[in-house]
Design a protein around this ligand. Structure first.
Ligand code: HEC
Ligand code: HEC
Ligand code: HEC
Ligand code: HEC
Length: 499
């Protein structure tokens, strides 16, 4: 080949990729612009695959929350919890969280939601759907908030059928982040340090999560529907006095609220529900202005397009795009740091559960020997406050990392209150000639279930009947109504702690 031909060939070889690159940049620009434009998605659309037609990258990453599918049975890991939650649904079934893809499925399958036989049977209220689906804001809009929070869980079985999706965090007519749950706005205004009127865009990148990842209770609310008296169980954030464990405890104590009465110790109990947002704001990352999305939904670059990863999961799956955006160090070091924080929390949490479970059993013994209300009252107050603190510290699964100091401080308080109860119990037991009473063994799931008198096999059998009958009808009916998005459950496999 002549020299000039070689030069020509080399030039062509160099130009072709450049032309291709220019075309692709132009295409990427077009895609980036399309991503910022507002597509014709129906207002209040609850089917995420409909949104996915316009935003394939966000949709694809969102669907990858499916990969976090492991069931970890927490009750098996720590059977003391069965004793601590006796008489409350959590004692039946409690797993670690999985991906958002499974949120609705897990709510339906857990033994906690029981085995309704029709749309009127319980045991739980409609409020249990609240943080599982974009169908919830749709129903609140359609039926009104009071009607939504009235009745049993099964009432909306054929209406709440799409798992957490685009409509939970975005307004389809503007694509802006939006708050779809009014109880959060009421909570913020009652607490007062961040009024809803002052919310910034960076705040929104955490607040969309705080719609679900926060402590709540069901506030019994009487209301009138065209002359008929009804009672709603309204999801409410107990933030009026502040967000710390002590602030919320004071709020609950101020009007004698309890979630249930413990059948063994007879304690009026409080149940904490994942105060992720409340603990997060006490930590160093929040104080430096970070939002949940900064770590759980990092920006990623794909073929020249920069977008938000919607694979909400462990930031440790993507250390390069999360921690290493701000920190120096290796992936290995970051993993080790997080593990060390977890191990410290586990150590104190284990002490607390052992102490609190024993306190319940020792209190039961004291009652059986004829202890009086007066003798037991201070004991029960300590158990209530101790277990509340433990639950507040551990129910938010990420708190050990988000706010390690606060988590360990609250756990120390739980251990202290639990031991206070047990010191007082020793005196009561001694008075009733049982100074050397030793609480029975609760070291396995089966032993703990026997101690609290749970017929586990029956619970499972009833649940399985429900799964094979009413659950199936719900999806068929909702599909006929055009509400249900089959893509949202594609390849769903039944995974539970009991099957
Ligand atoms: C509509 C309610 C809702 C919203 C909004 C929500 N979550 Fe969740 N989240 C849940 C529920 C429910 C689960 C548990 C799902 C399960 O275990 O089936 C969960 C699970 C998780 C998990 C565990 C995932 C895993 O793979 O283990 C993380 C992390 C998480 N959420 C973070 C966030 C962040 C960050 C935001 C905001 C960007 C957010 N969530 C918004 C309800 C919500
Ligand atoms: C748990 C809340 C949550 C859910 C569910 C959610 N998003 Fe987002 N989305 C966010 C956050 C946070 C951002 C970052 C917004 C920002 O900082 O401007 C975002 C950003 C976006 C953007 C802007 C471009 C980008 O990538 O930053 C688009 C488009 C988008 N989401 C589409 C979707 C679609 C489509 C779905 C459903 C498949 C969805 N989102 C589900 C929270 C959510
Ligand atoms: C500085 C980074 C960072 C920020 C900001 C952050 N998280 Fe996390 N989060 C983590 C890490 C790290 C873990 C532990 C992950 C693990 O153990 O795999 C975690 C764990 C979690 C978990 C438990 C997941 C599980 O499967 O057990 C939830 C839920 C969660 N975070 C929600 C949130 C919410 C809600 C916010 C905002 C209020 C938030 N996170 C802010 C880094 C962060
Ligand atoms: C957007 C920036 C940013 C990201 C992302 C980020 N951090 Fe940080 N981190 C900070 C800042 C700022 C501080 C406070 C530094 C100080 O006060 O000296 C901090 C402090 C820390 C500390 C010391 C305080 C403590 O809690 O012990 C650790 C450990 C840490 N980060 C781990 C992580 C890990 C793990 C991740 C990823 C999951 C992460 N960070 C993600 C900005 C970030």
């Amino acid at each position: 080949m002549k020299k000039s031909s070689v030069v020509f060939a080399l030039c062509v070889l160099a130009i072709v990729p450049m032309v291709l690159l220019t075309v692709s940049i132009r295409e990427n620009k077009a895609e980036q612009q399309a991503m910022n434009a507002v597509p014709p998605i129906k207002p209040g659309e609850t089917r995420s695959s409909e949104w996915g037609k316009y935003y394939p990258r966000q949709y694809d990453t969102y669907m990858q929350t499916k990969k976090s599918d492991e069931i970890t049975d927490v009750l098996k890991h720590d059977p003391a919890l069965i004793v601590m939650w006796a008489g409350y649904p959590f004692s039946k079934d409690y797993n670690k969280p999985r991906g958002h893809y499974y949120a609705l499925e897990d709510n339906i399958n857990t033994l906690r939601t029981g085995a309704p036989v029709d749309n009127k049977t319980g045991p739980l209220p409609t409020a249990c759907w609240t943080c599982k689906s974009p169908d919830v804001p749709r129903l609140i809009k359609r039926d009104g908030e009071m009607e939504f929070f009235t009745g049993k869980w099964a009432k909306y079985g054929d209406e709440v059928v799409n798992t957490i999706g685009c409509g939970d965090c975005h307004d389809s007519t503007t694509m802006k982040l939006t708050l779809t749950r009014d109880y959060l706005k009421r909570g913020l205004d009652a607490e007062g340090s961040l009024k809803t009127a002052d919310i910034t865009h960076q705040d929104m990148r955490s607040l969309v999560c705080a719609q679900c990842h926060a402590e709540y209770y069901f506030k019994k609310t009487e209301w009138e529907d065209k002359g008929e008296k009804k009672t709603a169980m309204v999801v409410t954030y107990p933030w009026n006095k502040g967000m710390s464990a002590e602030n919320m405890e004071e709020y609950y104590d101020s009007y004698g609220f309890s979630d249930w009465t413990h059948p063994l110790s007879k304690t009026p109990m409080l149940k904490a529900q994942h105060p992720d947002y409340e603990t997060f704001v006490t930590g160093v990352h929040s104080r430096n202005g970070l939002s949940c999305a900064d770590c759980h939904m990092p920006y990623v670059q794909e073929g020249g397009v920069k977008f938000t990863s919607h694979k909400v999961g462990s930031p440790l799956d993507n250390i390069a795009n999360t921690c290493l955006n701000c920190h120096q160090g290796t992936e290995k070091e970051f993993r080790a740091t997080v593990e060390r924080k977890l191990a410290r929390k586990e150590e104190l949490a284990k002490m607390a559960t052992d102490i609190l479970a024993k306190a319940h059993l020792e209190a039961a013994k004291a009652w059986s020997l004829g202890a009086t209300e007066e003798e037991m009252k201070p004991v029960l107050q300590d158990i209530r406050h101790g277990q509340w603190r433990w639950d507040y510290a551990v129910a938010g699964h990420g708190a050990f990392f988000h706010a390690p100091e606060e988590t360990l401080r609250v756990l120390a308080g739980a251990i202290n209150k639990g031991q206070d109860a047990r010191v007082k119990l020793r005196v009561v037991l001694a008075k009733h000639n049982a100074a050397d009473f030793v609480a029975p063994d609760f070291s396995t799931k089966e032993k703990a279930q026997a101690l609290v008198g749970m017929d586990f096999a029956k619970l499972v059998e009833e649940k399985k009947t429900f799964l094979n009958t009413l659950k199936q009808e719900w999806f068929k009916k909702s599909e006929a109504k055009g509400l249900y998005d089959p893509a949202s459950r594609k390849d769903m496999v039944l995974k539970t702690s009991y099957n």
